[in-house]
Design a protein. Structure first.
Length: 141
């Protein structure tokens, strides 16, 4: 089982697309935990009824949100996902087949949602770095 943990701070505009993409996964053995932390917008409302567990924290703190989500998780694999990240339908299935105790870290290949050159350049460098200089234990792309 995969626990998808989404720490979210003022992500009401992006979170619905992320949660909808999770509903389209062809791997069904997963849970979604949203930790809305220190939000002044409708992030919690955007998550309500669309995740397995919603936690609302009064203070903004990414580390606390991630750690709390991890403590609440029931899965054998923890996937920390940004609230503005949409996964392709095969993503969770690929993760279950690729990860093991020896290869227990990974990153996703990113694509900017803006076609500006600066954004494309940043993603190109990030993807190239993760592809050819993986962290110890990282699943090869």
């Amino acid at each position: 089982m995969i626990s998808v943990i989404i720490p979210a701070h003022n992500e009401a505009d992006y979170l619905p697309a992320t949660l909808d993409a999770l509903k389209r996964q062809n791997h069904r053995n997963f849970e979604v935990i949203v930790v809305a932390n220190g939000c002044s917008d409708r992030t919690a409302d955007a998550a309500r009824g669309k995740c397995h567990r919603l936690v609302v924290l009064s203070e903004k703190n990414l580390g606390v949100a991630r750690n709390l989500g991890a403590r609440l998780a029931r899965g054998e694999v923890l996937l920390f996902l940004d609230a503005d990240t949409t996964l392709e339908p095969m993503a969770l299935r690929r993760i279950t087949h690729s990860f093991s105790k020896n290869c227990a870290a990974g990153t996703l290949m990113g694509r900017p949602d803006n076609d500006r050159f600066n954004y494309r350049l940043v993603y190109f460098i990030k993807n190239l770095t993760h592809r050819f200089f993986p962290a110890p234990g990282q699943v090869p792309a």
